[in-house]
Design a protein around this ligand. Structure first.
Ligand code: PEP
Ligand code: MN
Length: 462
């Protein structure tokens, strides 16, 4: 079947597409063990919510998803770089124009730093418009003598520590869908409606608190400006810099939601997850025999798998066989999150094993999740220096093995938060009391995000 569908436009054009509910294999995951799922199947609204999600418009179009896969194929070859950033957990209330704009502007700034530094196209993706559910290390949380279900992301339950709020409610999936739709709508407006025009490279920096990273950005923006004015004087055509491609991705944790938003593409009659362009499975749900990997093996999106420091290379090779049996360029991304102190030992055998198997995948570093610590005041944080050190380790390992360091995946925000320690205008613990806002993991603020981009640009331009 896969063979005859290689050309997306021809074979089935005039036939009606099959329905997702009859599509072979798409519901196989239901028979398998699925970790980290809500217990809401008995909720009276569950059935109607799922039916509604099965009939709403897709958030992304399969043609865009294919285009992203082609861009990632370039990344795997070392011809482009993959930048992903966004919240650990998005929230409904923070889906405001200001916050979305600050995040998109920060990502555009990071991308410009990378493109200019490395003379390489950057595939941009927001960890946005769908990042509403979280795996947790414990099912419950205890405060004093009260124990309640853990917060699992706003698509499952609320953050407030009350019985009512922590109850798993499937209606939240609908709010998640609509919030994703409005977020994505604004992202599309920004990135294609003039705001991402490279001639506005200075504008993206406006309104952020000034700091050394902004200043460095300003001087780079001046160079870009000069180059643009020169090109203008030469009569260049600016069509290509008027807008930019921008993709959305999230962890495909909530299988009820992901499956309900799976659509059969009318061009190819193949299933696509339409909740976002790129879907990944986390370190905790990537078991080969389990539901998440099975589900992702059936959809035709580019997919990612997070790999932690205890990853077994044989498992990785089996993940490739399961998720990318046809070895389609750009289909599979491994997002490694080893920890700064471990990456130089734990990453090489994995990359080597994959390289020697002949498979081509995209390698991305997530320098956040292996570097989470708790400070005595109780906050979960990350040291900026550890983040930077893991990025360095990632580049060193790939350089030594002759493989391609394809991208970076960070938890970040455009806001002036204090959640990660350090950076050139150093954040210290005293700032946490007033500027620690995340509901889940600590994020790089605007300055720290730009600094990471400058560091990566240095490596890419070597
Ligand atoms: C995350 O990306 O927020 C996350 C939970 O990551 P991981 O699966 O790598 O722990
Ligand atoms: Mn996280």
């Amino acid at each position: 079947m896969a063979e005859q569908n290689q050309n997306p436009l021809t074979p089935f054009r005039n036939q009606p597409a099959p329905e997702a509910k009859n599509y072979p294999g798409l519901d196989e995951w239901r028979e398998l063990s699925a970790d980290q799922q809500p217990n809401w199947a008995d909720h009276p609204d569950f059935g109607t919510v799922v039916s509604e999600l099965e009939s709403v418009p897709p958030l992304v179009f399969a043609g865009e998803v294919d285009q992203m896969r082609q861009r990632l194929a370039d990344v795997a070859e070392g011809k482009a770089f993959f930048l992903t950033g966004g919240d650990c957990a998005e929230t409904f209330l923070d889906a405001t124009a200001d916050k979305i704009s600050a995040r998109v502007r920060t990502l555009l700034q990071m991308a410009v730093v990378l493109t200019y530094g490395a003379s390489m196209p950057v595939v941009k993706m927001g960890r946005m418009a769908g990042q509403f559910s979280k795996p947790r290390s414990s099912d419950s949380e205890t405060r004093g003598d009260v124990t309640l279900p853990s917060f699992r992301g706003e698509m499952v339950n609320g953050f407030d520590f009350t019985e009512e709020s922590r109850r798993h409610d499937p209606n939240r999936m609908l709010r998640g869908y609509h919030t994703s739709a409005s977020t994505l709508n604004l992202i599309r407006a920004f990135t294609t409606g003039g705001f991402a025009d490279l001639r506005l490279v200075h504008e993206w920096n406006k309104g952020f608190v000034s700091n050394p990273a902004n200043a460095r950005y300003e001087s780079l923006a001046r160079e870009i400006d000069r180059a643009i004015r020169f090109m203008d004087a030469c009569g260049a055509d600016f069509e290509a810099i008027k807008g930019t491609e921008f993709y959305a991705g999230h962890e495909a944790l909530l299988l009820d939601y992901e499956r309900a938003l799976t659509r059969i593409d009318s061009r190819t009659h193949l299933p696509y997850g339409t909740s976002g362009h790129f879907l990944w499975v986390g370190e905790r749900t990537r078991n080969l025999e389990d539901a998440h990997v099975n589900f992702l093996s059936k959809v035709h999106n580019p997919v990612g798998v997070k790999l932690g420091p205890t990853t077994d290379v044989d498992d990785v090779l089996r993940l490739i066989d399961t998720l990318d049996p046809e070895r389609r360029p750009g289909r599979l991304t491994f997002i490694t999150r080893m920890g700064a102190s471990k990456i130089r030992e734990s990453l090489p055998p994995i990359v080597e094993g994959v390289r020697d198997s002949g498979a081509k995948v995209v390698w991305v570093t997530d320098p956040m999740h292996g570097n989470t610590i708790s400070v005595p005041s109780g906050y979960k944080t990350r040291r900026f220096n550890d983040v930077v050190d893991e990025v360095r380790g990632f580049f060193e390992v790939h350089e030594a093995l002759g493989t391609v360091p394809g991208g970076i995946h960070v938890e970040m925000t455009g806001d002036d938060v204090a959640e990660c320690l350090g950076g050139s205008d150093a954040v210290d613990e005293t700032a946490f009391a007033d500027h620690y806002e995340t509901l889940c993991d600590p994020r790089l603020n605007h300055m720290q995000s730009l600094e990471v981009a400058f560091l990566v640009a240095e490596y890419l331009s070597k």
